[in-house]
Design a protein. Structure first.
Length: 387
C-alpha cells in the first residue's frame, strides 16, 4: 500500500464524515522513446511507486468539492457549470469531469481529497496521474463500467481540451495500464502494447530532479510538434501513404534531406532514430542485456540534446555527473525537456555513491542540490482497501 493512503483517507473522513473510495494513481518513468508518442511512434514506460492518492465519495447534489493536500487548497464547482480556475490544479480535475459530461455519462457531484509524492513539473507525469486517477475513481464510484482504454482517452482529452496542452497518449496510457515489475512497449498509433519484464534486483532506476521547472516546455513542445509535421508534409510528396514520422525510414529521410529545412531534418532524424532505439532496447531486455539498454539511453540523450534540442545545461550537468559514477549503465533526460528530471540505470550497490556524487557535482556546477528518487516499477491505477 502507498504510504500516503492512511493520511489521505483520514483527512477525507475528518472533513466529510464519509467512507471514501481509495485510489492509487502512479507517476511514470520512460526508459526510452522520448517525443515519439505524438509522432505515432513507440515508447517504453513503466508506472512507478511515486503516485497520487485519491479519496472520493459521491454527493447527492451536483457540487464537486476538491481538496488538494499538497497545495493545501480547496475548490468547488458544479458538474453543469465548470470553469477554469486561477489556481490551475483544479483544471486537471475539471477537465476529466468535463469529458464524462460531454460523453453523456451520468456523473454527479463528489467530494475528493488527493495528494501525492510525484515531483510536480519534474517530468514524471503528475498531471496524468491526477487525470487518470480521477477518471478511474469516477468510473468506479458511479458504476459506469467504462473500459480502461476509454478512460485513457478521456484523461488525454481532458488535458487537450480543458488544460490546453496537446500531450501525446503515453502518460495516460501507462498510468492506467501499468504492470508491476514490467515496462510496456506501446505502439502510440494502434495503442497495442507488449508487456516486458523489468525484474533485475541488482539494478535500480534513479530519477534526479534538476529543480528547474519547464517554463519553455509547452511552447517549445508545440514548435517541435509542428516541425515534425512539416517534415511529414514534405516527404508525403514522395510517399503519399505517410501519416506520421512513424512511417519514415532513415533511407527515405536521407534521400530527401535537401528538401527539408536543416532544423526540420534534425528533428525528424531524431524521431526516426529514437523509434529504432526503442526496438533495440526491447531486444536488449529480452536477452537481459542491460549494458546495451544503458548505452541506448546515452544515445537517446545525445539526440535530445543535439538534434531535438530540448535538453538544458542543468539536464546535461546531471547526466554527465551520473555517467561519471562507477556502476551507472546509462543516463538521459526524461520528459518534455528544458528542465525537469533525468533517469539513470544504476547498479544497486552504487546508489549511495550515486546520490552523494551527483549531488556534489551538480551543486558545484549550478548551486542547486538535486532531489534524487530511487523508483520501483509498479502497477497502474488501482483501488485499494482502507487501512
Amino acid at each position: 500500500m502507498h504510504a500516503l493512503v492512511p493520511a489521505i483517507a483520514e483527512r477525507f473522513r475528518k472533513r466529510f464524515a464519509d467512507k471514501p473510495l481509495l485510489v492509487v494513481s502512479p507517476g511514470r518513468v520512460n526508459l526510452i522513446g522520448e517525443h515519439t508518442d505524438y509522432n505515432e511512434g513507440f515508447v517504453l514506460p513503466g508506472a512507478t511507486d511515486k503516485a497520487v492518492v485519491f479519496a472520493l465519495a459521491p454527493r447527492t447534489d451536483g457540487v464537486c468539492h476538491m481538496i488538494s493536500r499538497d497545495f493545501d487548497q480547496e475548490f468547488r464547482c458544479e458538474v453543469g457549470a465548470l470553469h477554469r480556475s486561477p489556481l490551475r490544479w483544479p483544471d486537471y480535475l475539471q477537465g476529466v469531469v468535463d469529458q464524462f459530461v460531454r460523453a453523456g455519462h451520468r456523473v454527479g457531484g463528489f467530494n475528493v481529497v488527493f495528494g501525492g509524492d510525484i515531483p510536480i513539473g519534474a517530468g514524471m507525469s503528475s498531471s496524468a496521474a491526477i487525470e487518470g486517477g480521477l477518471a478511474f475513481a469516477l468510473n468506479a464510484a458511479f458504476g459506469l463500467g467504462l473500459d480502461s482504454l476509454t478512460l485513457v482517452k478521456m484523461a488525454q482529452k481532458a488535458e487537450h481540451e480543458f488544460v490546453g496542452v496537446r500531450c501525446g497518449i503515453m502518460d495516460q496510457f501507462i498510468n492506467i495500464h501499468g504492470r508491476e515489475r514490467s515496462v510496456l512497449k506501446i505502439d502510440c498509433r494502434s495503442l497495442a502494447f507488449e508487456t516486458i519484464p523489468f525484474e533485475r534486483e541488482d539494478l535500480r532506476l534513479v530519477v534526479s530532479d534538476t529543480l528547474v521547472r519547464r517554463e519553455l516546455a509547452t511552447s517549445e513542445y508545440n514548435v517541435r510538434r509542428a516541425q515534425c509535421e512539416a517534415g511529414v508534409t514534405a516527404l508525403k510528396a514522395h510517399d503519399p501513404a505517410l501519416a506520421s514520422l512513424r512511417d519514415v525510414g532513415l533511407d527515405l529521410l536521407r534521400e530527401h534531406r535537401g528538401e527539408l529545412e536543416p532544423v526540420v531534418y534534425r528533428r525528424c532524424e531524431y524521431v526516426v532514430r529514437e523509434n529504432i532505439r526503442v526496438a533495440e532496447a526491447c531486444a536488449a531486455l529480452a536477452r537481459n542485456d542491460f549494458a546495451v539498454l544503458g548505452g541506448l539511453m546515452n544515445l537517446s540523450h545525445a539526440g535530445l540534446r543535439d538534434d531535438y534540442e530540448v535538453s538544458s545545461p542543468e539536464l546535461d550537468a546531471l547526466v554527465e555527473a551520473a555517467r561519471r559514477v562507477p556502476g551507472v549503465l546509462g543516463a538521459r533526460m526524461m520528459g518534455a525537456g528544458f528542465g525537469g528530471c533525468t533517469i539513470s540505470l544504476v547498479e544497486a550497490g552504487a546508489v549511495p555513491e550515486f546520490e552523494a556524487r551527483v549531488a556534489r557535482d551538480y551543486e558545484a556546477q549550478t548551486g542547486k542540490t538535486p532531489k534524487v528518487h530511487v523508483v520501483r516499477v509498479e502497477a497502474g491505477t488501482r483501488a485499494v482497501e482502507a487501512p
